[in-house]
Each structure stands twice: as C-alpha cells, then as structure tokens.
Design a protein around this ligand. Structure first.
Ligand code: SF4
Length: 379
C-alpha cells in the first residue's frame, strides 16, 4: 500500500513557500556555521534514490486523491476547494505541503536539505528526471547548495543538472569577507564563493545568493559590506537576497555574544551596512529583501538601474528623527508596519506608540535587546 506521508526537512527559502518539498538529503554536511542552529545536533545523511522516488510517488498519490475528491465533489478536478479543506485540517504535514503546492498552481518543487549538490550527479539527475516525469505540472526545480560543493563540481555536471531540470540554486554566501567567514566557521573563502557562483552562472542554472546583514557585528560591518559587494559583483548572480542576523540559543554565536566576543550591530547600523553594500554593488542582479527579519523590506529592485531608488528608501529611514526611527523599528518588529510609508498611517502609528509604552522599561523607549527579541520571535 502507498504510504500516506513523506519526509520533510525543516526549512526552505521564503521564495519557495508554495513549492512541493522533496527531501533528497537530510540535514547539513557542514553544520559548523556559528550563526546557524537549524541542523545542530543532527547527523547528515544521504538518502537513496529509491527512498526519494518513493516520496515523490507518495506526493503524486496524495495529489491524485485530491483530484479524485474534487471530481466526486463536483468541482471538475479543480483542486482549490479541496485543497482549502485539507489546509484547514491536514492529516499530516505532507498533505498540507501537497495541498498548498496545488493551491498555488503546482508548478515548483524545492529539493531539501542544506546542500543537495553533495549528491552524486548521476543520482541527482535521476531524481530530478523522475520528479518531472511523475509530476509533469512542475516546471521549476530549485534547491540549496554550498559554494564549495558547486566549486568542486565539473561545469559539465552542473550543465547536466540544468538539462535534467534543475532551474535554480540558492546559495548562502553570507559574506565575502574572509576573516569574517573564518570567524563564523562558514567553511568557504571568498575565492570559493566566486569560483562556485561563477560556475553555476556559467552552467545556465539561475543563481540566488543570500547575504546575512548584521553578520559583521560592530567590529567588521564595514569590511563585510565592501568585500561582500566585491564578491557579488564578480559572481553577478540573478538574485541577491538579504536576510538579517538573528540569534537563537543553540547557535555557537549565542555563546560568543554572551562572552562579549561578538557585539551585535543595531538596526540603524545594519541599515548603514546595507547602504554601503548596495552602493558598491556592480552587477545585474535582482536585489530582494523579502525575509521577515529585514527592517526595510522595500529595498528591492533590479541592479544597476534601481540602485538610486533602493538607496532613496535607506535615505528616507536615515532622515527620520530618532523618535520616528525608533517608532518604525518597534512597529516592524511587532508586525504592525510593513514598510516606511506605514509611518504615515496615524492609526498604526499610535498603536506602535502604545506598544513602545508597554515595552519600554522607563515608559519611553524599548531597548535594543527588547527589539532584537521581538525580531527573533519570527524565526
Ligand atoms: S552550511 Fe548552511 S545549513 Fe549548514 S551550518 Fe552553515 S548555514 Fe547552516
């Protein structure tokens, strides 16, 4: 009998929220980055091609049952109504994932976990081909990969993966500054990032590089911004996505902060860091800030033509009075504001004022620690 569920990993990029999730490896083969807690304490495992194919077949069986239910209920095979019922009361996470994927068109799949490229190329090619044959509505297949692994693959292997159907790789660049990469135990150098990234670009696989704002802390923020811009300009990826450093217990960096070895930058300092990064980017990427942790999510656009517009959003934040900047930071972190123009909404503004009164120890201002912890509720 066909199983009723399949393996799911813990994370996917925000842009893959509606993708079918297929777990091709488990956990992270590196697992040493100081700022990452996702897979700590969990052992990396390769999964066999047969196991992965079984999961894909199970996803198809769940999809087919949903379609059958739709026919029986008189919806003519359309899945939206049936998917909504499953989403409201899913029997398990696999059903929830399939229903969400179908509800949003059923066109994309994301291969989990942290570094799919570590699979042997012929096996990964087999998995991707099977996925596309079994679920032909899928037109986009994406995954996470590490720069170092991409750098080690032959260009011909990456081309083979693209031809099999791998459309995009998401790589955690985090920084282009070698001393910071070393301090964070990222296990790659700027040169690895450039080599791996350029190879992916050359293979024709779309590339999304992730930058971790705030990673330089108070000591290395300037070099972090400048060297990251330099590395990204040499890679020239299709997308640059930023997210902001958050700290959780279980991360080695948590202890570094407690010991006073790493001093976090404030939101305002991170905005200055982001400004420096954008000013020095010389590439053609789409710059995206869609992560919930980012203070200014409106900093988006196509480089180089939208650079001025992006910098204008930063200038607007920096030109606010200290009280208004504080109001915005708290408003973002409690989820009342989405973007700077929300400051003009008097109802939202007074809601934030009220929140500040409640949060502040002295009845006036919430301190940085409080604002960090508000942000960290979201991850
Ligand atoms: S490589 Fe990625 S998943 Fe692995 S520890 Fe580093 S940040 Fe976490």
């Amino acid at each position: 009998m066909m199983p009723d569920s399949f393996e799911l990993g813990p994370i996917r990029p925000p842009s893959e929220a509606y993708s079918l999730l297929i777990r091709v490896t488990k956990n992270c083969p590196w697992n040493r980055c100081q700022f990452c807690h996702i897979y700590k304490g969990k052992k990396f495992e390769l999964r066999s091609v047969e196991e992965i194919k079984q999961d894909i077949s199970t996803a198809k069986a769940i999809q087919d049952r949903l379609k059958e239910t739709s026919w029986k209920a008189g919806y003519g095979g359309r899945v939206e109504e049936v998917a909504t019922a499953i989403l409201n009361n899913p029997p398990n996470e696999a059903h929830f994932n399939v229903a969400l994927w179908l509800y949003y068109g059923g066109t994309s799949a994301f291969l989990q976990d942290a570094n799919t490229l570590i699979m042997r190329t012929p096996e990964l090619v087999e998995v991707i081909k099977f996925l596309k044959q079994t679920l032909p509505s899928i037109t986009q297949v994406t995954s996470y990969g590490r720069s170092k692994t991409a750098a080690k693959k032959k260009l011909e292997e990456l081309i083979e993966l693209r031809q099999a159907g791998l459309s995009r790789l998401h790589i955690g660049l985090e920084s282009g500054y070698d001393p910071l990469l070393q301090y964070m135990d990222k296990g790659v150098t700027a040169a690895d990032h450039i080599k791996g990234g350029r190879k992916v670009v050359k293979s024709g696989i779309s590339l999304c590089e992730y930058v971790l704002l705030g990673l330089g802390g108070k000591r290395m923020w300037r070099e972090h911004a400048l060297e990251t811009a330099k590395v990204l300009s040499q890679i020239d990826p299709d997308f640059i996505r930023v997210r902001t450093l958050t700290i959780k217990q279980g991360m080695p960096l948590y202890d570094e902060i407690k010991n006073g070895n790493f001093i976090r930058a404030t939101d305002e300092e991170i905005v200055e860091e982001e400004k420096l990064l954008i000013e020095h980017l010389d590439c053609h990427a789409h710059f995206v800030s869609d992560h919930i942790t980012n203070l200014l999510q409106e900093i988006e656009g196509k480089l180089p033509e939208d650079k001025e517009k992006m910098l204008a959003a930063i200038a607007r934040f920096q030109s606010l009075s200290p009280e208004e900047r504080h109001n915005f930071r708290v408003g973002r972190r409690v989820g009342i504001y989405n973007q700077l123009e929300d400051l003009d909404n008097s109802r939202k503004h007074s809601l934030v004022e009220h929140a500040i009164q409640k949060l502040g120890n002295d009845g006036n201002q919430a301190d940085d620690e409080t604002i960090y912890s508000l942000m960290e509720r979201f991850i």
